[in-house]
Design a binder for this molecule. Structure first.
Ligand code: 9PG
Length: 488
């Protein structure tokens, strides 16, 4: 693809250490790069930092996301992005130009942010020079060209279809027990799932990754039981966070990521209080994380959903000073090495760029929920990183360009009408999105489904419709048009 317009023709003016012309766009070099653009207060593609962080097109005439309650910030987005006065995103940004074309500026390195105003599109790399990709043209084409560049940079590609997953979270939440899960496994017979994934609720505490009293047979027997049912055993863990109630917290205060004052860095607020991050550059933390992953593999779980991963990439003072996304990626590479090529890693709450090439799958939006929206948080606080079908749909739709690089998980689809406030016309788009993203999962308990709902789930799991993209929010599935724009 040739660049559709030269910089000269666009009157773009770059401030970079070097500019190279490439067949698909331009490569800039520098720690800070700036493009002067002629588009004025147009729309900006804001790409949030980790899975749950908002990704969407925003209007530069509107103010950026306002300050958030401090305890919500780390689990919403990169605190460094939220602290800036501009519209900014993580790794990549884009502007709507003329004729529906798009000007994209994207890093080809980690630890980068992109921001924009009515006159400039800017890239900044923390502490070091880097490479940047720039292209102007049709939106799908420039994002595809950027994805191809990232694929080469991070050795990220997709080689097989994603597994079809039954996940315990959005049906049972933490109310999982051995008896309940065994009953669900029986009821799943005949439904073509590949993975049975046990989510949050099996462990003693965040940080204490030992089985709790609700699973008297133990984790090894649970995994064996899942495998005997013909499914791959999957397990949720959050290896880089710890609650103050955990034994780990009391035993190893020196393992926590700390700020310049020496206080532990809060990684968010949940389960009735703050939780903290481990410093993954600490050798003892590395050995401990390796043991926890090896333990899950030894139990027989070969699909791991690793969650709250952003915690170890938060700003802080590290045992071994290094850029924080690089520290996270190194930690993930060690996990990857323990897991080997055969096991499946689904990264969740994961810094997007730093996860490419080290995981098979990645959650690309916030949690779905059996309701459409949480008005208070989304509209009053302008925080769209919280659970809800609309938030999940919006952010995941804006991350579909990642599809050539990693399995893109838009979170589960619903088929049940029981224990669900979503209307059928709110469930159908989630199901369509799962086909479009290429990752199909549900948490519905088979015994909750009517015969018709079970048939819909069956059809969903078996179908592989041909997906055509017709526009930013418009698709065709086996020729059937799908327009998401009225839902956003
Ligand atoms: C288990 C869940 C599920 C879910 C994950 C993750 O406090 N928070 O902001 C917050 C955000 C997301 C979240 C939980 C808490 O959900 O995305 O699929 O595994 O953890 O606890």
């Amino acid at each position: 693809m040739a660049p559709e317009l030269a910089f000269d023709a666009l009157m773009l003016d770059t401030q970079a250490e070097g500019v190279e012309t490439a067949p698909d766009g331009y490569i800039l070099h520098g720690a800070d790069v700036q493009l002067r653009h002629p588009f004025g207060a147009t729309r900006f593609y804001r790409h949030g930092w980790q899975s749950w962080s908002p990704a969407l097109w925003v209007d530069l005439r509107q103010p950026p996301i306002p300050p958030q309650p401090v305890e919500r910030r780390p689990q919403m987005d990169d605190p460094a992005l939220l602290a800036r006065p501009h519209h900014c995103g993580s790794g990549v940004g884009a502007l709507e130009g003329w004729d529906s074309k798009v000007l994209l500026l994207g890093a080809l390195d980690l630890d980068a942010i992109v921001w924009a105003d009515a006159h400039t599109l800017n890239g900044h790399r923390r502490g070091q020079s880097g490479r940047w990709f720039v292209a102007y043209g049709d939106e799908e084409t420039v994002f595809a060209a950027y994805a191809a560049r990232l694929s080469a940079t991070f050795q990220a590609q997709v080689s097989r279809p994603a597994p079809r997953v039954w996940c315990s979270w959005y049906g049972l939440y933490t109310r999982i027990t051995q008896d309940v899960l065994y009953a669900v496994l029986d009821d799943l017979a005949g439904l073509p799932f590949d993975v049975f994934q046990v989510d949050d609720g099996w462990q003693l505490d965040m940080g204490d990754w030992e089985v709790n009293a609700k699973f008297p047979v133990g984790m090894e027997a649970l995994a064996r039981h899942i495998r005997a049912a013909g499914l791959t055993p999957g397990l949720w863990m959050a290896p880089f966070i710890v609650r103050p109630s955990a034994k780990l917290y009391r035993d190893h205060p020196d393992w926590l990521l700390r700020d310049a004052d020496g206080d532990p860095v809060p990684a968010g607020h949940n389960w009735g209080g703050p939780y903290y991050a481990l410093d993954s550059t600490h050798p003892d933390v590395q050995a401990w994380v390796t043991e926890r992953i090896q333990q899950a593999l030894d139990w027989g779980f070969t699909y791991l959903k690793l969650d709250f991963l952003y915690a170890t990439a938060l700003p802080g003072v590290r045992h071994t000073p290094m850029p924080r996304e690089a520290a996270y990626r190194a930690a993930m590479e060690r996990i990857r090495a323990v897991m080997g090529p055969e096991s499946y890693l689904l990264a969740c709450g994961a810094p997007i760029f730093a996860t490419l090439g080290v995981a098979e799958g990645m959650r690309i939006g916030p949690d779905v929920a059996p309701y459409w929206d949480n008005e208070e948080r989304s509209r009053l606080l302008h925080d769209t990183s919280g659970p809800g079908a609309q938030n999940a749909l919006r952010t995941s739709l804006h991350r579909l360009w990642l599809k050539p690089l990693i399995h893109t998980d838009p979170d589960v689809a619903y088929f049940r009408t029981r224990y669900n406030l979503l209307a059928p016309e709110e469930m159908a788009p989630l199901q369509a999105l799962a086909h479009i993203a290429g990752f199909k999962a549900t948490s519905d308990l088979p015994q909750w489904l009517s015969p018709e709902e079970r048939a819909q789930l069956m059809q969903f799991l078996e179908a592989t419709p041909e997906v055509t993209r017709l526009g930013r929010y418009r698709f065709a599935l086996d020729g059937k048009p799908w327009d998401f724009s009225p839902l956003l």
